[in-house]
Design a protein around this ligand. Structure first.
Ligand code: MN
Length: 345
């Protein structure tokens, strides 16, 4: 794979958007807050410029994420084929073929007509014109710069803060920084958060919608996950797992257990947490999180750790998909954890 770096700058991308008439805005499948926020902010900004815009979610969409969009605002990509009149695609918050699967054949046909904004360290040559900046905590930090470059105000005149560009940007910024807790939440993040709050964003309402809106089955699934927990590396790493049976017997799905991977990090000694979920028999998804040592020693780079399983992400939050039954995946991951060196105590 060639290096995944910027190939252009934001003013050049802004010129391509101004020249386009029918624009699609897409991201990775199963959109998280950053993907959805980036799609929504970009879609709203381009529509306010008078462009015809197809904002699209792909894959399974969490109902809370879906509710960030006004009714009819965003298409579900599975209900396509995309409109043949689309003359430019904006790809946000990813650049990896493995993450855009439902759209990959169509995106290949759009080669040369895709612009990208991403903040991940690894990716492919999907968007020939792209700006990649791994120093950004959230893709929305690139989206807002592009919107500023386009001269679009964050709240269109007369619009309420709900369903505004500012609200969409805030969702991405907040969720990709763990609600401003991660190391990536730097002065630039707080400066943008302040700017967005000044545009009327209701942060409590968004937090409740995204993080305090679970179903009761969440607790049943979490109880099983916690009872499966094992410690590794003298208590510095943990592994939890939810089997296909756990999901079937509790009635929970993967959306119900969001944030589960963060719970072991509430223990002082734990520097790295892994959750394995087998939502489909024979396929195990792994979530990895790490936290810095109180001494200031560096945290485990879970993005690097995920790479050995074909996954990726960020230094303190990453994931991978293993084409293995849960028990085999657990053995594989636990053995890789055993080989980690320099995990802080
Ligand atoms: Mn992101």
């Amino acid at each position: 794979m060639s290096a995944y770096l910027s190939t252009t700058d934001l003013p050049a991308i802004a010129r391509r958007l101004k020249d386009a008439s029918h624009i699609a805005v897409v991201s990775h499948a199963k959109p998280d807050g950053d993907a959805a926020g980036s799609i929504l902010a970009m879609t709203r900004a381009l529509r306010s410029m008078g462009k015809r815009v197809d904002g699209m979610f792909t894959g399974v969409v969490d109902p809370n994420i879906q509710s960030l969009a006004a009714p009819g605002e965003i298409q579900l990509a599975t209900a396509l084929p995309p409109d043949p009149a689309i003359d430019l695609v904006v790809l946000v918050d990813t650049g990896a073929w493995s993450q855009v699967e439902p759209l990959d054949v169509w995106l290949k046909s759009m080669a040369g007509r895709i612009v990208g904004l991403d903040h991940h360290a690894r990716g492919d040559d999907i968007a020939s014109d792209r700006v990649v900046d791994c120093s950004m905590a959230s893709a929305t930090q690139l989206v807002v710069r592009l919107i500023d470059e386009l001269g679009v105000p964050l709240v269109a005149a007369g619009a309420s803060a709900k369903f505004s560009i500012a609200e969409a940007l805030f969702v991405g910024l907040a969720t990709d920084t763990g609600w401003f807790r991660f190391q990536s939440a730097d002065t630039a993040v707080f400066a943008l958060a302040s700017r967005l709050l000044a545009h009327g964003v209701d942060k409590m309402a968004l937090y409740q919608l995204l993080d305090e809106n679970g179903r009761p089955v969440r607790l049943a699934a979490m109880a099983r996950a916690l009872s499966s927990l094992t410690f590794h590396l003298n208590g510095r790493a943990t592994v939890m797992a939810l089997s296909h049976d756990d999901f079937a017997q509790t009635g929970a799905n993967s959306d119900d257990v969001g944030g589960l991977v963060n719970i072991p990090l509430t223990i002082g000694s734990v520097a790295m947490s892994v959750v394995l979920t087998e939502t489909q028999l024979g396929i195990t998804k792994a979530s990895f999180r790490s936290k810095p040592a109180p001494s200031g020693a560096p945290s485990v780079n879970v993005s690097d750790f995920a790479t050995q399983f074909g996954g990726g992400g960020h230094a303190q939050a990453a994931g991978a998909k293993l084409m293995l039954p849960l028990a085999d995946a657990r053995r594989t991951i636990e053995s890789a954890i055993g080989s980690l060196t320099g995990v802080h105590s």
